[in-house]
Ligand binder design. Structure first.
Ligand SMILES: O=C(O)CCC(=O)C(=O)O
Ligand SMILES: [Fe+2]
Length: 393
């Protein structure tokens, strides 16, 4: 096997050439691949990625040149959490509930995560992606040890125009199916400390948000905490989207829903995150707001709430001129959690819409799916929906 990735110049030898690991070509779809003239011949290398067929989205999934910036995505000021104002917290929970129901997404400001902690993490992230390729490759993830660097993720079998570094803010016990050992780059002073500090601060915010979600569902504030107490499978991802020569064809991340409970996302000032609005199915861009986090409820909260809240589809558009950085914190429960609609929420009139599923198994299947081309869609919560035929895209 060659010592290079089959699709670009990254060091991922597991990548087979062209279509064996790229776009699933359904007969009717073949035409759009010709727009990237014969793959290799037209390669433009940017930020270590080179444009080729594997990145080409089917026409219906591409970003349109102008997507409205959403005024509609609610911006929620969390400061009532930090004053002893019980009425303020109730009103906040109601606001979080409405946003989770109508959008599945909201932006929080005055969230309590210190500005300097975010700044140090972002600085460390930029330094990491500025390292020469061999130093990034030295901390590459593998199928057996999935934390670390990679430049070859696929969403729905189309390659994403990005590189990333995954780490866990807490070490789960070794009995988890997936190995979660962090890989820290050598000679990058302050990187590990900045990430650990960031992970701790954002986890505090995650628990506060969980409490607001529980209150908004009429549950006791700490009702959901137990799922995350000791053995969380939470991880942090540092995303780097280099400038892209064909932002009309490729995406930074293809359309998807987040599988976990909550995602707490830092984005820089470039913009590119699009959310599919639930009321009309239109894509809207989330406007960058300094010192904010974007929050989305993931599939687990959709299931716990028995569809009162919906995990919204989103994607990341890229652009020709600017690189973009983001940091999602994926707040995931312990791997032994059985995910099912909460008993307080289901009733005779509103029976459970999902069969229980094991989070650990779901998570490992999803993660392992990142390493191979799948003939069917990777595992989704729709597969556990009661009385619904399995949906394969
Ligand atoms: O980079 C972003 O804005 C979003 C990233 C995202 O959706 C993800 O990593 O799941
Ligand atoms: Fe996402």
């Amino acid at each position: 096997m060659s010592d290079k990735c089959g699709n670009c110049d990254c060091a991922d030898k597991s990548q087979k050439k062209g279509n064996s690991y790229g776009v699933v070509i359904v007969e009717a779809d073949k035409s759009h691949l010709e727009e990237v003239a014969a793959g290799e011949d037209c390669r433009i290398i940017m930020g270590g990625l080179s444009m080729g067929q594997a990145f080409v989205q089917a026409p219906e999934h591409r970003a349109k040149p102008s997507v409205a910036e959403a005024d509609g995505i609610p911006v929620i000021d969390l400061s009532p959490l930090f004053t002893a104002d019980a009425d303020g917290v109730d009103a906040l929970a109601a606001e979080v509930g409405r946003a989770s129901r109508d959008w599945g997404f909201f932006v929080v400001v005055r969230h309590g995560v210190p500005e300097e902690v975010v700044a140090r993490a972002v600085e460390a992230q930029r330094e990491f992606f500025a390292l020469p390729p061999e130093r990034r490759a030295a901390v590459a993830r593998s199928e057996a040890a999935q934390m670390g660097y990679y430049a070859s993720d696929h969403t729905k079998n189309v390659r994403d125009w990005k590189e990333a570094f995954d780490l866990v803010p807490r070490q789960p016990p070794p009995r988890s199916a997936v190995v979660f050992d962090n890989k820290w780059p050598d000679d990058l002073p302050g990187f590990r400390e900045a990430m650990e500090e960031y992970g701790k601060a954002v986890e505090e915010l995650a628990f506060k948000l969980l409490e607001l979600i529980a209150r908004s569902l009429g549950l006791r504030p700490d009702r959901l905490h137990g799922f995350f107490q000791d053995e969380q499978t939470t991880f942090i991802r540092l995303n780097h989207y280099p400038p892209c020569p064909s932002p009309d064809l490729a995406l930074g991340i293809g359309h998807h829903k987040d599988a976990g409970a909550l995602t707490i996302l830092y984005q820089d000032d470039v913009g590119g995150l699009d959310v599919r609005r639930q009321s009309n199915g239109e894509w809207v861009r989330v406007r960058p707001i300094p010192q904010s986090f974007i929050i989305n409820v993931g599939d687990i909260i959709q299931v716990w709430s028995n569809d009162r809240y919906e995990s919204a589809e989103h994607r990341v558009a890229v652009n020709v001129e600017k690189e973009r950085f983001s940091i999602p914190f994926f707040f995931y429960p312990a791997s032994y959690t059985m995910v099912e609609p909460l008993e307080e929420i289901v009733s005779e009139e509103s029976p459970a819409r999902y069969n229980p599923y094991s989070w650990g198994e779901f998570f490992s299947t999803r993660k392992n799916g990142n390493f191979m081309k799948l003939d069917v869609e990777n595992i989704q919560i729709t597969h556990f929906r009661k009385n619904t035929p399995v949906h394969v895209q």
